[in-house]
Ligand binder design. Structure first.
Ligand SMILES: Nc1ncnc2c1ncn2[C@@H]1O[C@H](COP(=O)(O)OP(=O)(O)OP(=O)(O)O)[C@@H](O)[C@H]1O
Length: 607
């Protein structure tokens, strides 16, 4: 081991242009009482802080020497000329503060970079050129106070940082997208400005159908709320805040007092207050004064025509649950999609479900809804996730699914560069594409009578099972959601002919299939998923021009292009993706043809 003086001299050697460090000289001591080395702060005779701000420094800082400074707690390299990938600062496990603002560091910071830096309180990485996702390990720092990542080029979804300790945050001027995690909602909108892809309530921008916010697997458990309250949270701002107030009150009161609460609520505003636990329950009189859990609704249960409790849609022997089990479950918001919001609900028996609250539904009556849902729920295929149950009220329609822990393909591809992302090698991606194709083929056969059999295929609607098998969801919705709304939210309506002339056909599904194939091969988030095409990459145009210029290999995600021997197969698949996204529907391949060709792609390039 070297002493502090030796370590600092090695560090000086590794830096260019270190004329500011003239006082760092052999034969003198960094912590000398009289002539202390410049930029060095000591405590009890050892170096505790390096303050090398604005010294015109560059070069590859000698990390093994730096890590020899046993007492080092604060590292300040602000406003120098350091460049290249982030040095292994994570070797400095005892650091409390690291400031590297205003340099030219670039590249991705590995997702686990901060895992061992548990003492970190202050991280200032602003005004550099960092790219890629914000490392998810930041979410695990228990003492984090200040996090400044502004003015870089961070992309992707914001991980669930927002630990209670966090006081100062700046993520502005990056390329982040999606909804912000609920743990960050306490921060002012200015902390996020300059990220055109961010959406959600804070930004007054609906998260138009593309952006999920599944919590990363490593995320500390979110504070859970009861699903009944989670559901009610969506009925508009005013209603929501009124109900949150009630929720807090309810928390304080004893169970029997809640009954009164519900009644009070109705008296307060005759429009609100539907006692959900009484909906259609035979043993109750429907007056709503039974066990009260209030949620948004416009009518009293008595007047509402519904089919009561949950309707189970499958008979595969999966555990049966009722609406009341669901209402008692702890819930967590998964995301606000274009069709409504989804919640993860954990029942007391351990079963984990996803409750999807559909908005903008046709004014379907309960019989039609039931017929439609029975049809969708009755589909069975290894690459399809059929709903388990549904619930109908005039103003409330719920679909219930099994919870798939790995989450969506969108999340796997773009959300967090963790382990699951690393597993997305060529064989896995091909398996996912081929599975999606099998699922789509099945849907196109079973729902052939629909104008658009799936209608909403995109990576957030492909969930990934334990063996990386894809599970397609949210299919066949075209007949149950409002026509006008369908056009503005469904992915199928993004096909060029649908945008221009509103002409919808099964070919629109082929277009969506093409986009997803290109997304998987390039690893890029498609701008096609945004209504206004802002944010993400226009994969369709990008691939088209690359094919014309015969440089399509360059577009392959580096995560797969290392399988050199399979490049030919990847190229073939890229061409199929391009043919599926052909703008003229007449020339676009037909779904059967696309399926046949994708099925022929081989993992190893052999025929
Ligand atoms: N059964 C499930 N298991 C695990 N995660 C799910 C499940 N269903 C949905 N999710 C995830 O929850 C998030 C919200 O889903 P939701 O379906 O509400 O919105 P979306 O897919 O972004 O948009 P859309 O409403 O257009 O389908 C998405 O990230 C989705 O992948």
């Amino acid at each position: 081991a070297m002493n502090d003086a030796e370590a600092l001299l090695k560090i000086k050697q590794s830096l260019h242009d270190s004329q500011f460090l003239d006082s760092w000289k052999n034969g003198t001591q960094p912590c000398d009482e009289v002539i202390r080395w410049v930029g060095v702060v000591c405590g009890k005779g050892i170096v505790t802080t390096l303050r090398l701000r604005s010294m015109n420094l560059s070069g590859d800082i000698d990390m093994s020497a730096l890590s020899q400074l046993q007492g080092l707690r604060v590292l300040n390299l602000v406003n120098n000329s350091f460049s290249g990938p982030i040095p292994e600062f994570n070797k400095l496990g005892a650091l409390k503060a690291i400031y590297v603002s205003m340099n030219n560091f670039s590249g991705e910071i590995p997702s686990g970079f901060f895992t061992k830096m548990v003492s970190l309180k202050k991280i200032w990485f602003d005004k550099n050129n960092f790219t890629g996702p914000i490392p998810s390990s930041l979410a695990q720092l228990p003492r984090l106070l200040e996090l400044h990542l502004n003015s870089n080029n961070f992309t992707g979804l914001i991980p669930s940082i927002g630990q209670q300790s966090l006081e100062s945050l700046n993520l502005s001027s990056n390329n982040l997208y999606g909804d912000i995690p609920s743990s960050l909602s306490r921060f002012d909108v200015s902390c996020f400005e300059g990220n055109p892809g961010l959406c959600g309530q804070k930004f007054g921008k609906l998260c138009a159908s593309v952006v999920p916010t599944p919590p990363p697997p490593s995320e500390p458990p979110q504070k859970s709320l009861k699903i009944a309250y989670a559901l009610m949270g969506l009925s508009g701002f005013i209603l929501a805040s009124m109900l949150v107030g009630i929720y807090l009150l309810v928390q304080k009161r004893k169970r029997e007092e809640r009954d009164q609460m519900c009644t009070e609520k109705r008296n307060f505003d005759g429009n609100i207050g539907l006692c959900i636990s009484s909906i259609g329950r035979k043993e109750e009189d429907g007056s709503g004064s039974g066990t009260g859990k209030c949620m948004g609704g416009r009518r009293s249960p008595r007047k509402t025509k519904g089919f009561g409790d949950l309707m189970m849609l499958n008979n595969t022997g999966k555990p049966v649950f009722g609406l009341s089990d669901l209402m008692k479950a702890g819930a967590e918001v998964l995301g606000n999609g274009s069709l409504g919001s989804s919640y993860k609900a954990k029942l007391s028996n351990g079963l984990i479900l996803v409750v999807k609250r559909l908005k903008e539904m046709n004014k379907m009556d309960s019989d039609d809804f039931k017929t439609e849902m029975t049809r969708l729920g009755g589909l069975k295929h290894p690459n399809i996730l059929a709903p388990l149950a549904c619930h109908y009220q005039k103003d409330e329609k719920l679909l219930i699914y099994e919870y798939i822990p790995k989450g969506s393909l969108l999340y796997l591809l773009h959300g967090d560069r963790g382990e699951s992302h690393a597993n997305l090698n060529w064989p896995t991606r091909l398996k996912i594409i081929q599975g999606i194709v099998l699922g789509m083929s099945y849907i196109h056969t079973e729902l052939a009578t629909l104008a658009l059999p799936h209608g909403n295929l995109k990576s957030s609607n492909v969930l990934i099972g334990p063996d990386n098998e894809p599970l397609v969801v949210d299919y066949g919705l075209i007949s149950i959601i409002e026509r006008n709304h369908a056009a503005s939210v469904l992915m199928g309506y993004q096909a060029p002919e649908a945008v221009e002339s509103r002409s919808i056909s099964p070919k629109c599904d082929v277009y969506s299939l093409g986009v997803i194939v290109l997304e998987i091969l390039t690893g890029k988030f498609p701008s096609q998923y945004h209504k206004n095409n802002k944010g993400g990459t226009d994969v369709v145009r990008w691939v088209k021009s690359a094919i014309e210029e015969k440089r399509e290999v360059e577009l392959l995600d580096p995560g797969i292009s290392e399988h050199r021997s399979c490049i030919g197969e990847m190229q073939k698949l890229l061409h199929i993706g391009a043919d599926c996204t052909e703008s003229n529907p007449e020339k676009r391949v037909d779904i059967r043809e696309a399926i046949r060709r994708i099925d022929e792609i081989r993992i190893d390039g052999s025929t």
